[in-house]
Design a protein around this ligand. Sequence first.
Ligand code: MEV
Length: 423
Amino acid sequence: MERSSRITGFYKLPPEERLKLVRDFAGLNEEEITAIFTTGSLRIEQADRMIENVIGTFELPLGIATNFKIDGRDVLIPMAIEEPSVVAAASNAARMARHKGGFFTSSTGPLMIGQVQVTDVADPFGAKMELLANKDAIIEKANEQDPLLVKLGGGCKDIQVRVLDTIRGPMVILHLLVDCRDAMGANAVNTMAEAVAPLVERITGGRVYLRIISNLATFRLARAKAIFDKEAIGGEEVVEGILNAYAFAKADPYRCATHNKGIMNGVTAVVLATGNDTRAVEAGAHSYAAFNGGYTSLTTYEKNKDGDLVGTIELPVAVGLIGGATAVHPVAKACVKILGINTADELSRIIAAVGLAQNFAALRALATEGIQRGHMTLHARNIAVMAGARENEVDMVVEELVNLRKIRIDVAKEILEKIRGNK
Ligand code: MEV
């Protein structure tokens, strides 16, 4: 029978009914149905309210990175991630950073940009002047949309106007600079951008098309710094190795993509654990890395006068504590409590510190023994289980696989046979 993905009214069905349709479409068995439909602490009704066409939930491991001292405060870091070694690496880096006081952070505050695209303007620079002259009216219109945010000290604070040369001719781009306080801000900013559009058309005589937040949040930067004691991290050789790794990333976008990916291992895991928008932060980070033309590292490394390694990071971190999944997802709420924070700004600074820790750990491993050794044990554990090792056999099989440096299922089976034969 021809299967069709054109299913009218799918969205109107309850999750169980949707899942039945998917089962019939894809030939899912009972085990698969149960895996999809068995929810954890996020109940199906909650999930069904969060996105459209829900058929179940998707779980990931939640780990805790230990040892972090951030701005003098000890913090446990919840991380949601599927990749082995990330949590261990962050904890390890944080332990080494403690020798010189841990991580020190700062930020610009929670200002997001809303963009309004104006086309069909005969005199774009004249229109720019008109928009700037009408700044107060534009800000007032924007702020009418969100009196609560304004009451909390946020709201539209300023505007910028740029004239862009595009393949479709000049365009006037208005930026609303909106202080989002403890919200990520996409909703507030998009509402404001849409609300000012008619006024902007009247002022410029042009035609407005796009009205949307920018994820290149250059006014919502979070920063962190740590000094890594040279002895604590393995000596001068390691310092030199990390400086060389950093130089490589700065000189080569092929390497830099992976270098920044390592940063995002930490960043995204915390963003996700707190129910925030991982794609917004990822887009912000990578576009910020490319902001000055070439794609570069989000971190820097130097050697100070004592020969210790000084690491820094600066990146946009648009996260919130209210208004998004953070406030409804039970695990995300608990993760915020674990972090012991009260503001989105604090969260963004912690995230920057974790990004720096993650990058330092990766560079240290890469510049010394390589990263495979760290990855091997967990991988070997999976392979041992897949080869049929029972609980009391797993550790022995893992040890042998790691010793042999051959993490393969056939090797695991041979080891198992040997162990069982020896009994
Ligand atoms: C792996 O997920 C991340 C690393 O590749 C980062 C890096 O190369 O710097 C280890």
